[in-house]
Ligand binder design. Structure first.
Ligand code: TRP
Length: 482
């Protein structure tokens, strides 16, 4: 413990690289490899990618700096950190609570998707899809989602691994895991990328991604890109506050945030450069939606030589990426009980992990009818209408919907406003520019956070509750009428 100068009872990153890898591990996840490619496909490629990159730069990066700043300054997890920077009983503390709640909600269903990645790693290894027809392979996903035993089993297995790693603590658990998994993940990505470059779909994929394609791009695409910038960088619920709280005050907020954002973006783009050549080579549909990874990839790999090796490798990669993200979600929940209620780490991790495993079970059962009739399949309509969503959501979809469209934008907005308006200016400026250096960056950051970020986030939020649709419809009728 002698290399831990301060706060050794709480834990601290062993090195700057350890922090960067852990934070990148949190950011890089299912959002990059599963979600980003399919929403890029749906929104027509090129222009969407460009807007996403701008959103990362102008909205995501400033909020990440704000979160790391709040955490690093206070060396506390979200609730305590915000209390320290405002005052006891301040309404801003609700932001911290919201984050803890979001951790429970997100991890409960995230773990189910991670379970699919584990299941696919297993089945592509033990019974390769080679030679099966596309229909046979796509029916596998439906069967998996409908199978309560498979879903619950892998969900619990994934949670047990996550709990095991987080209980080992910051330095020996989370950091060590990230130091092993992140480089492995990059190696697998590079191997798959080299393979994708040899397929004849590569040129078409590159053009799809980087030429300014406007087809399928709409006003809503801008907002979707912005919303995804949040999810992919793990912002809006205090994950980066928590990780920042284990960071030594010697380390720069600006450079670490930039590196983490670049790594996250690189993985998202690499995932696209791997998936789309395969999709184009196999003549599959890029706009196929959420099933893109779990349906199209096994289909594509089944038609290729080497697919029997590449397919399990791909799903192993997805599992690793999900694991280092899940760790950060559990750490947010556990650190609240460790810091605020003074629970020992092991107890806090076991209790929160167990609770999240239980909360995730309805999500794991969402595709099946075997055990509880259709109880978890279709939630009741008035409740959904009240939440601003039409009918037809199951429990799993509902949790995803609440988290990405309500909790994260709200949390991100609150953190942006808190860090830029509420926190004392002198302390903030000192944290950013130690010896008077970096003043320009500091002021650009402050202006973005005070004005541009709130406006952008409010737009995402209004879009999520359907207000913009309503507004545009009203506008259209007004124009027609006038
Ligand atoms: N960023 C991760 C991904 O892209 C998911 C994630 C981890 C997350 N921690 C988070 C999302 C905190 C929002 C908030 O898959």
């Amino acid at each position: 413990m002698s290399d831990q100068p301060t706060n050794s009872s709480r834990g601290q990153w062993g090195s700057r690289a350890g922090f960067i890898l852990a934070a990148a591990g949190s950011a890089v996840g299912l959002g990059n490899i599963w979600k980003f490619p399919y929403i890029t496909g749906e929104n027509g490629g090129g222009l969407f990618v460009l807007v996403y990159l701008v959103a990362i730069l102008l909205v995501g990066l400033p909020i990440m700096m704000a979160e790391i700043f709040v955490g690093r300054t206070t060396q506390k997890s979200p609730v305590g950190a915000i209390r320290d920077l405002s005052k006891r009983g301040s309404p801003w503390i609700m932001t911290g609570w919201l984050g803890v709640l979001a951790a429970f909600v997100i991890l409960s269903y995230y773990s189910v998707v991670a379970g699919w990645a584990m299941h696919y790693t297993w089945i592509t290894m033990t019974e390769p899809f080679t030679g099966q027809s596309a229909d046979e392979i796509s029916s596998v996903f439906g069967a998996v989602f409908g199978n309560t035993t498979i879903n619950t089993g892998w969900h619990v297995a994934f949670m047990v691994i996550t709990i095991g790693i987080v209980s080992m603590g910051i330095h020996r658990g989370i950091e060590l895991c990230a130091k092993i998994l992140m480089p492995t993940l990059f190696l697998i990505l590079i191997a798959l990328l080299i393979y994708a470059m040899t397929t004849d779909g590569f040129g078409r994929a590159a053009e799809f991604l980087f030429a300014p394609n406007t087809e399928n791009f709409s006003g809503k695409s801008v907002l979707e890109a912005l919303g995804h910038a949040f999810f992919t960088l793990s912002l809006g619920m205090g994950a980066m506050i928590t990780y920042g709280s284990y960071l030594s005050k010697k380390e720069s907020i600006v450079s670490t945030s930039i590196i983490v954002s670049i790594l996250d973006t690189a993985v998202a783009l690499m995932a696209c450069l791997i998936l789309f050549p395969i999709i184009f080579s196999a003549n599959l549909e890029p706009g196929a939606g959420p099933g893109l990874v779990f349906v199209s990839i096994p289909i594509a790999f089944s038609q290729m030589s080497g697919g029997a090796i590449l397919a399990p490798l791909f799903f192993l990669l997805l599992t690793f990426a999900a694991l280092t993200s899940a760790i950060s979600l559990l750490e947010v929940a556990a650190s609240y009980f460790i810091d605020e209620l003074k629970w020992p780490r092991l107890v806090a991790v076991l209790v929160t992990g167990f609770a999240i495993t239980l909360i995730g079970i309805p999500s794991a059962l969402s595709g099946g009818t075997a055990m509880f009739g259709s109880g978890f399949q279709e939630l009741n309509a008035p409740l959904l209408a009240y939440l601003g969503h039409e009918n037809g959501l199951n429990w799993f979809d509902l949790f995803d919907y609440i988290a990405s469209n309500w909790l994260l934008p709200l949390g991100g907005l609150a953190i942006a406003l808190f860090a830029s308006w509420r926190v004392g200016g002198a302390a903030r400026q000192a944290a950013f520019c130690g010896e008077g250096k970096g003043m320009t960056i500091y002021f650009v950051w402050l202006i973005l956070l005070r004005f541009l970020v709130p406006i952008a986030v409010i737009l995402v939020f209004l879009n999520a509750v359907g207000f913009l649709d309503w507004f545009f419809a009203l506008f259209a009728t007004a124009v027609e009428g006038g």
